[in-house]
Design a protein around this ligand. Structure first.
Ligand code: CA
Length: 358
């Protein structure tokens, strides 16, 4: 590359016959691969990744062409991080909590149990110092992160048995990733993580007793209502999960300033688009689940939620204590949550309460 750059520059200066740099740039084509942690075209998540690619293609006037790969098309779901880090793919779309094995601190950038809602999460990332910390965390892995989607508050999940008290969590084998998984483990459950595409079969065969995935829109698409009886809420473990785009640093640095801006602007647009998509379609899917498929909606009892909340505070604090970078991120996250909780109580929470009055 260096040799070619040198020849190009030397040629342009000495020869004068070569095309001007701006023209070279305009004709440049970057062919990027975007690997994702989602089944190809999966509603919300996969379609969000598709939209991201489409926006980058269109906004760049074709100077960047991004091709999207579903989970297992190029690499398995849980190898997205490594593939983009190594440059096998230039870009990825996934959830940061899948990478807790790389650094426990990644989990702060997807979902923290009893943490932040979608709106609060975006406020922390964009205006509360979160994004700077995320970039710092991913830099040693050769990655540039961006928020690129949000599911909103998720559902607690699908259970093949009723949860009436904390005791019912004992021995429960549940698919639940990230910090929520650790919390459930401490509450007496056995937790596993596996990609979305494997959940239906695992629940059907009884390999797991329960699974969380996202919410009505996505859960209906997987058909969990056919294999589990009870659908619990609220998603205490994922109150507003951020989806991430990650970009290989070398690939990003090859782009001109305008193309870099285009990539980042497209991520921001998809971050907003996805939460709108989820909010609209969760309503429709919930209606189908309840009225067409007879799904039983159940709230987790308050004493179960209280226990999970207490364990969550412990788990999150421990993640911070064991790693200096996680501590730094926790401090920022925790301070922001304390502040925003007060405002959210006065604004969203009291409005929603008022709206529900009869
Ligand atoms: Ca989930």
């Amino acid at each position: 590359m260096k040799r070619r750059d040198f020849i190009n520059k030397a040629g342009m200066v000495a020869g004068g016959a070569l095309v001007a740099p701006s023209v070279v740039q305009a004709k440049a084509k970057f062919r990027w691969k975007m690997v994702t942690a989602w089944p190809k075209n999966f509603p919300g998540l996969g379609s969000g990744a598709n939209l991201l690619a489409k926006m980058i293609n269109e906004m760049s006037g074709g100077r960047i062409k991004v091709k999207v790969y579903g989970a297992n098309e190029m690499v398995p779901a849980f190898e997205v991080f490594d593939a983009v880090s190594k440059g096998t793919a230039q870009m990825g779309h996934s959830g940061a909590y899948y990478w807790k094995g790389k650094s426990a601190a990644t989990q702060f950038f997807s979902a923290v149990p009893f943490g932040l809602t979608a709106q609060e999460m975006n406020a922390w990332l964009y205006y509360g110092g979160g994004m700077e910390l995320w970039r710092e965390l991913y830099a040693p892995f050769n990655l540039i992160p961006a928020a690129a989607g949000n599911s909103g508050v998720q559902m607690a999940g699908w259970f093949n048995r009723e949860i009436k008290s904390v005791a019912d969590l004992q021995g429960l084998k549940m698919r639940i990733p990230g910090l929520g998984g650790e919390v459930l483990r401490r509450a007496g459950g056995t937790t596993v993580n596996m990609p979305g595409g494997e959940l239906f079969t695992s629940l059907q065969s009884g390999a797991i007793d329960a699974t969380e995935w996202v919410g009505p829109y996505n859960d209906l698409a997987f058909g969990f209502h056919k294999v589990a009886k009870f659908y619990y809420y609220p998603g205490w473990h994922e109150p507003g999960s951020t989806m991430e785009a990650m970009i290989n640093k070398h690939a990003f640095n090859e782009l001109s300033d305008d193309l870099q801006s285009i990539v980042m602007a497209a991520c921001k647009a998809v971050n907003m688009d996805m939460i709108s998509d989820y909010t609209a379609r969760n309503n429709q899917a919930l209606d189908a689940l309840v009225n067409k498929h007879g799904v039983k909606l159940m709230p987790l009892p308050d004493d179960v939620l209280r226990k999970l909340k207490q364990l969550s505070e412990e788990v999150v604090l421990e993640v911070a204590k064991n790693d200096p970078m996680a501590q730094k991120i926790y401090d920022s996250f925790h301070q922001f949550r304390t502040q925003v909780t007060r405002w959210s109580a006065l604004s969203e929470q009291s409005f929603l309460r008022a709206r529900a009055l009869v």
